[in-house]
Design a protein around this ligand. Structure first.
Ligand SMILES: [Zn+2]
Length: 287
């Protein structure tokens, strides 16, 4: 790993994280991410360029707006730092390759979706749909790990004459359909039983996006991890201190208060960086 390149990637990550902050605060409200320029959400005065430097401005301004003194949320520097760290992690994991670039795109989309879901409960199509298109487009030139599809074809006795790029595209497509179908069935089952939404269509689109960018093998891990993490989180809602009198207690697992996209996003990040290792460990239990 070249330390100078790592620093450059870190700074690029901060800049992309800063743009993500604009997306996170505007897209769920239906506002443009291009115009107007950055403004304080409290006093709506424009933010000067010197006050808009990722992380540094937040520290120098002592977490307050220069005009009105309103507190600036911790989530701004968090998004910037997280994006920068993940970009460097992509470089560290995949080297100076096109795969590192593709992994960075996935991280960018995931951080945006995680924070939008946590803050607004929305997973906007402005992120998920282009993510699906990009995943399918990139699957041909920057192949996914298509060993899941290879395995299926062997099991079903299909003699593959596909090229590497065609197999990768097929794998990305199967992963998206499988992931989406899995959560669609979960949603439909839950809806039939409870007459209420458990996972939403935003979650299903996000799962399809993750599928096209990760491929079937790593997507299987996400499909397993995300509900486990969401359920563990839901359990902590039960063991929390008593709810003040008069307020309703959460009574069900998949209440919408559990931001499922957050766990989907974290699971996808785990699968991106640790998925191959987790699969090797899992398979070693049986081989
Ligand atoms: Zn202000």
């Amino acid at each position: 790993m070249d330390p100078i390149l790592a620093v450059v990637i870190f700074i690029v990550g901060l800049v992309f994280g800063s743009f993500l902050n604009v997306c996170i605060s505007r897209i769920p409200r239906g506002l443009s991410v291009i115009a107007p320029r950055s403004f304080c959400p409290n006093c709506t005065r424009p933010i000067a360029a010197r006050d808009n430097i990722p992380v540094i401005s937040w520290i120098l301004l002592r977490r307050r707006c220069r005009s009105c003194g309103h507190a600036i949320s911790l989530s701004y520097p968090m998004v910037e730092l997280l994006t920068a760290i993940l970009f460097v992690a992509c470089y560290a994991s995949f080297g100076q390759t096109r795969m590192a670039l593709k992994a960075s795109i996935l991280c960018f989309l995931l951080v945006g979706l995680i924070f939008m879901d946590a803050e607004t409960g929305l997973l906007p199509a402005e992120f998920t749909y282009p993510g699906i298109a990009l995943g399918l487009l990139l699957a041909r030139t920057i192949p996914v790990d298509a060993s899941g599809t290879d395995f299926l074809m062997r099991e079903f006795g299909v003699r593959s004459t596909f090229s590497l790029s065609a197999t990768s595209f097929l794998d990305a497509l199967i992963a998206a359909l499988f992931g989406a179908a899995f959560f669609f069935l979960a949603w439909a089952g839950y809806y039939l039983v409870r007459k209420r939404d458990g996972v939403g269509f935003g979650d299903i689109a996000m799962m399809a996006m993750v599928g096209t960018l990760l491929g079937l093998k790593l997507t299987l891990l996400v499909v397993f991890l995300a509900p486990v993490m969401a359920s563990l989180y839901a359990l902590t809602l039960f063991v929390r201190p008593p709810v003040p009198a008069g307020e309703p207690r959460p009574t069900s697992f998949l209440v919408r208060e559990v931001p499922f996209g957050v766990f989907l996003g974290i699971s996808a990040l785990i699968s991106l960086f640790l998925g191959q290792g987790i699969w090797r460990w899992y398979l070693s239990l049986f081989l």
